[in-house]
Design a protein around this ligand. Structure first.
Ligand code: SF4
Length: 277
């Protein structure tokens, strides 16, 4: 877990899965891939295998041991709902989030269909939790907008949209049941441009629908210089956080130990999840 994330809309990142497979135009300049591939072949580095998909069971129970409440971006270096992650591994991640409920989790995916299927089934309990925010990425009309419909069809208590990188005008968006919208432009070499009117349209729709709006950045090749001011101000709105008292250290440790025992042994025996890093 990284406690001081550089990502503007979170405090920390937690990656029980590493690596991913690209699925749509929003993945073209995936920052996670660029970062991970830098370390391919570096012995002992967490990204020794580059951006290849890999379960990281050693990291599964970290949030239980982290006692200061955080806003946690789950799988900032991956996508929890990609095909290669077994259902029961996703369930374990959800069990940790429901147990370590003093944190608020942001689970973001480009696999809206599988998110909907699992939240309607095995993850129904986690879907109803106030401390887990479920979100989809929306970069364009063709790939992004259908993900919103999947999210709306899922029984999630808190739903959000990460509209980043915004690649075109999205037109009128159905914001029913959505609790938060983040917008941002692409950054780095080769960044695709984002027009002001596309952003203003989304901001105005959020305002009309009373949905909290977070403007992350204009992006571009000079991300820092371009900043994140829109019409003379910044937008840093969030949904309401659910506050839960943190148990004492011994209780947290015992949560982690009992979850590790009850979850890992039977799964290893069945060979469904290989609990090896
Ligand atoms: S889904 Fe996300 S993590 Fe996976 S390749 Fe696309 S941008 Fe990268």
């Amino acid at each position: 877990m990284s406690l001081n994330s550089q990502i503007e809309w979170t405090d920390a990142t937690w990656n029980p899965v590493r690596g991913c497979v690209k699925v749509s135009p929003g993945c073209k300049h995936c920052y996670a891939e660029t970062f991970a591939e830098r370390f391919r072949g570096v012995k002992g580095h967490p990204y020794e295998q580059g951006f290849d998909l890999r379960l990281v069971p050693d990291k599964l129970f970290d949030p239980l041991l982290w006692r200061s409440p955080k806003l946690v971006f789950v799988n900032s270096m991956s996508d929890l709902f990609q095909d290669g992650v077994p259902d029961n591994y996703v369930e374990i991640v959800a069990r940790v989030m429901t147990t370590a409920e003093w944190h608020t989790y942001q689970v973001l995916t480009k696999r809206g269909e599988r998110l909907r299927q699992l939240l309607c089934g095995e993850l129904r309990l986690a879907a109803a939790q106030e401390n887990i925010w479920w979100g989809v990425s929306v970069e364009d009309r063709r790939y992004g907008l259908p993900r919103i419909a999947h999210l709306q069809a899922a029984p999630a208590r808190v739903r959000f949209l990460s509209i980043e990188p915004l690649l075109e005008d999205l037109g009128e968006i159905d914001l029913s049941g959505i609790s938060w919208v983040i917008v941002g432009g692409e950054s780095g070499p080769g960044a695709r441009p984002m027009r002001r009117e596309w952003v203003v349209s989304i901001r105005n729709q959020c305002k009309a629908a009373r949905v909290p709006f977070f403007f992350k950045q204009w992006g571009g090749v000079r991300k820092v210089r371009n900043g994140r001011v829109l019409d003379g101000r910044t937008y840093d709105e969030y949904p309401t956080r659910h506050i839960v008292q943190v148990p004492d250290k011994a209780t947290c440790t015992s949560f982690a130990e009992s979850l590790r025992k009850t979850l890992s042994d039977p799964l290893c025996q069945r060979g469904v999840v290989q609990l090896t890093a």
